[in-house]
Design a protein. Structure first.
Length: 287
C-alpha cells in the first residue's frame, strides 16, 4: 500500500517469535527499523496499534496482552470474540434502536455487525486515536453514508455535545491497560445515563484487573440507580455491564424470548443464550 500523508506506510513482516505461522502489520516510515519495532512489541513498549494475521483471521492489538478486535478473513462482518457477541444481547429487548453510539472503533467488529444487521439504525462510532482509524482498510470497514459515520473525538467530550436521545450505547473503549481511564469516572457514567432515552440501554465492557473493575461497577450502580446487570464475559478479565434508565423488571422478557428466536435466524448469532444470561442476571439482581 502507498505511504500516507504522514509519510508512513504498511509493512507486512513475519511475526518472529510472537505467534507461530503469523504475520505482523505495522504502519511505520519506509526506512523504519522494523526489528526494533518488533522488539518493542515483545517488551510492551510499542506505542502504536498493530495487527496480527493467522491463516483464518486478523487481530488488532494495542499490546500483546489483549486482543482488541478480530476479523475472520472469509466473514469480515461476523463477531468472533465472545464478549462482542454478548454485547449484542440488548437486541431482543430493544430490537429497533433509532440512534446507536459505539465508543471505541478497534477493528470495527461491532460497527460492521450493526451496519449489516440494523439497516434502520443510525450508527455513530467514536474513536479518539487516529492511528486506529488508519487500520480501517485492513479490517474492511464500510464507507460512511447517511446512516453510518465515524467521528474522531474524545467520546466523553462528544457525548456531552449529543442532543438527540440515544437508544443504545456500546462502550468498548480500551487502552493497553484495559477500559480507558476517560470512561472510568462517576461523572462520565452520570452523563451516559442522561443521554439515554427512557428505555435506552448502555452496554459497557469492563476490562482490566478485577479490583479496578469492581470499583467501576460500584460507580455504575450508583449512576444508574442499581439498574445494572453484570455478565462475566467468556474471556479473561472481561465483565459486561448492561445499564438502563428503565427498571429491568418492567421489560417484557417473554416477548424478548420470541424476538431472540427470530433474530438468531436473521443475524446468524444465537441470541437465546445471551438473553438467558441477562435474565439470570436480572433475577439475581432482584434477589
Amino acid at each position: 500500500m502507498p505511504a500516507g500523508a504522514d509519510g508512513r506506510r504498511w509493512h507486512r513482516l513475519p511475526a518472529e517469535g510472537l505467534y507461530s505461522g503469523e504475520h505482523l502489520w505495522l504502519r511505520e516510515p519506509a526506512d523504519a527499523d522494523l526489528r526494533q519495532a518488533l522488539k518493542r512489541i515483545r517488551n510492551g513498549r510499542y506505542r502504536r496499534p498493530f495487527a496480527l494475521d493467522s491463516v483464518r483471521s486478523r487481530r488488532l492489538h494495542f499490546s500483546l496482552r489483549y486482543v482488541q478486535s478480530e476479523m475472520l478473513m472469509d466473514y469480515p462482518d461476523a463477531l468472533t470474540l465472545s464478549y462482542t457477541r454478548q454485547m449484542m444481547g440488548f437486541l431482543p429487548l430493544l430490537p429497533d434502536p433509532r440512534e446507536l453510539m459505539i465508543v471505541g472503533l478497534g477493528g470495527g467488529s461491532l460497527t460492521k455487525f450493526c451496519y449489516r444487521h440494523l439497516p434502520q439504525t443510525r450508527i455513530t462510532t467514536v474513536e479518539i486515536n487516529p492511528e486506529v482509524l488508519a487500520f480501517g482498510s485492513l479490517f474492511q470497514l464500510p464507507a460512511e453514508d447517511a446512516r453510518h459515520r465515524i467521528v474522531l473525538a474524545d467520546a466523553a467530550d462528544h457525548l456531552s455535545q449529543v442532543t438527540t436521545g440515544l437508544d443504545v450505547v456500546l462502550l468498548d473503549g480500551c487502552d493497553a491497560q484495559g477500559t480507558a481511564r476517560r470512561f472510568c469516572s462517576p461523572e462520565f457514567f452520570r452523563e451516559l445515563r442522561g443521554k439515554l432515552r427512557h428505555e435506552g440501554i448502555a452496554v459497557i465492557n469492563l476490562i482490566g484487573v478485577a479490583s479496578r473493575a469492581s470499583r467501576l461497577l460500584e460507580d455504575l450502580r450508583s449512576a444508574f440507580d442499581d439498574q445494572v446487570l453484570v455478565l462475566n464475559a467468556q474471556a479473561n478479565d472481561n465483565r459486561l455491564v448492561f445499564a438502563s434508565r428503565w427498571p429491568w423488571s418492567l421489560r417484557d422478557w417473554t416477548d424478548a424470548e420470541a424476538r431472540a428466536v427470530a433474530l438468531s435466524r436473521a443475524c446468524r448469532l444465537d441470541f437465546q443464550p445471551l438473553l438467558q444470561q441477562l435474565r439470570r442476571a436480572q433475577v439475581q439482581a432482584q434477589a
